[in-house]
Write a protein that binds this ligand. Structure first.
Ligand code: ATP
Ligand code: ATP
Ligand code: MG
Ligand code: MG
Lengths: 268, 268
């Protein structure tokens, strides 16, 4: 089982939409668990799950030692795709983490309670609990404790950006923080890469910002996600564009991204 | 002097860009102070100010009683336009606010130290300190203590949204929080309105989301801000689009918004 955090300090870059699309595509061949670590609960909503008080990630992180077990809040979405929902109460759970010793590793500890794929034949394994191949964590646009928990729990981090001038400073802050997490709290954290989103290769501004980032040795992925209103429309139908409009160019782009993630998981 | 907070829980909707554009246009006829309350420091950067450790809003909010005075961190941008810069240290200042009694009102108290416009003739007033007509606060995409401080300090709140499905849940969370602040911490806080951004009136999805919001009695303003890459380009020249490309349609739209704000200020 591997865990990937989808993170950006800059807001509105497509974190939730990417986590959802990747979850849907990867679940065609793997067992996937989505974790919504954003108090906005966008991922929870777009998956058609009602975010209910008392059974969300907030209860797992917030209540010191007698918090709920992660397995007790998991909701099914479709075959091979489940989610740990968020709730607005995550904001106060984040504040209550401040005073705890495991403030940065509460989510890693919770994910560690999930049963691992084992070598036992299926018959001997307790079938009550699903075994996940990959966990995808959606994060809020901040470097607060919820994002820190995601970075400490993750094996890999994917950073969506919009290639515009205002993205640069936030990206540098995030890359510095990831470097710090790798040196102190999670030496196993790997950079999967920086993914240009809302990208329009006809725009000089997008081209020049990407060139500037590459020149600064930012690990920009070969994949690109363009802009299409069908992506936003799909969300109002509680679907990802990959199922709502499979012929749309964006769907092909999310599938290319999923291929890159498959490759990354195989090389682990 | 009146204070306006530009706030949205949803990220990447144009908060920083609007605060900057409004600051530039309003400073043509008023004395304006910008306050950057986002640890990303986007507004600070786009104004061409170097965000330096030790002289930012972080020092004003973070250090309990012996914090720096607001007037000691103000930087000039142009005639009639100054800024209180942000710095990444605002993240830790936000955490340190958690344990203080005035955790929600630290910014309001800091702004209250600014000299008010007075009836004394100019000669008798201490010319060392500028008198501001309006304070504009840019906030991070979250409901944490920095945004709470902005809502408690503000007389009015302006909420940019992108009229898409994923915006709805976050908007409801923010409207509920504003309602709570009005009932408990700041009864003087008024709703200026919800401003559709990146708006394309040819898109059915944008139209139907706006209709849904109006039907739910969301106070949607008559102004609209469309999308144009010149807005993003202007930021790489440390300018607002209103000075970078004054003939661009977006510049006219930001001026319409500034008119609405002028009207709101006059009616106060
Ligand atoms: N490729 C795309 N083309 C067009 N619209 C998109 C695309 N990706 C996402 N969107 C839309 O843009 C908006 C922002 O996307 P999303 O909410 O996924 O970003 P985010 O980074 O998760 O935001 P936040 O910082 O608020 O968590 C949403 O309305 C979404 O539907
Ligand atoms: N009207 C517009 N047309 C085109 N691009 C825009 C427009 N307004 C803002 N932008 C660009 O969109 C991006 C997001 O805008 P901005 O950073 O102002 O949003 P924000 O709400 O402050 O984001 P955050 O939630 O990260 O603080 C920036 O790259 C900005 O230059
Ligand atoms: Mg999101
Ligand atoms: Mg901003």
């Amino acid at each position: 089982m591997h865990t990937i955090a989808v993170t950006s300090l800059k807001g509105g870059v497509g974190k939730t939409t990417i986590t959802h699309a990747l979850g849907v595509v990867l679940s065609e061949s793997l067992r996937v668990l989505l974790v919504d670590a954003d108090p906005q609960a966008s991922l929870t909503h777009v998956c058609g799950i009602h975010s209910s008080a008392g059974r969300s990630l907030a209860e797992v992180l917030g209540m010191a030692n007698d918090g709920m077990a992660l397995k007790d809040v998991i909701c099914p979405i479709s075959t091979s795709l489940d989610i740990v929902p968020a709730h607005r109460a995550l904001s106060s759970a984040e504040l209550s983490l401040v005073l705890r010793a495991e403030r940065d590793s509460a989510l890693r500890q919770a994910i560690a309670t999930l049963p691992r794929p084992s070598r036992l034949p299926n018959l001997l394994r307790k079938r009550t609990q699903p075994i996940y191949d990959v966990v995808l964590i959606d994060t809020p646009p901040s470097l607060g404790l919820l994002t820190m928990n995601a970075l400490v729990a993750a094996d890999g981090v994917l950073i969506p950006i919009i290639p515009e001038a205002l993205a640069w400073e936030s990206l540098q802050l995030l890359l510095e923080r990831i470097d710090q997490v790798q040196r102190t709290l999670n030496s196993g954290l790997k950079m999967i890469g920086v993914l240009p989103c809302f990208h329009d290769d006809r725009l000089i501004h997008h081209k020049s910002v990407l060139e500037m980032m590459r020149a600064a040795t930012v690990p920009v992925l070969d994949a690109r996600i363009g802009r299409s209103i069908s992506v936003a429309e799909a969300a109002s139908h509680y679907q990802s564009v990959v199922t709502y409009a499979p012929e749309n160019k964006r769907s092909a782009e999310y599938r290319v991204l999923a291929q890159i993630i498959h490759g990354w998981l195989r090389n682990r």
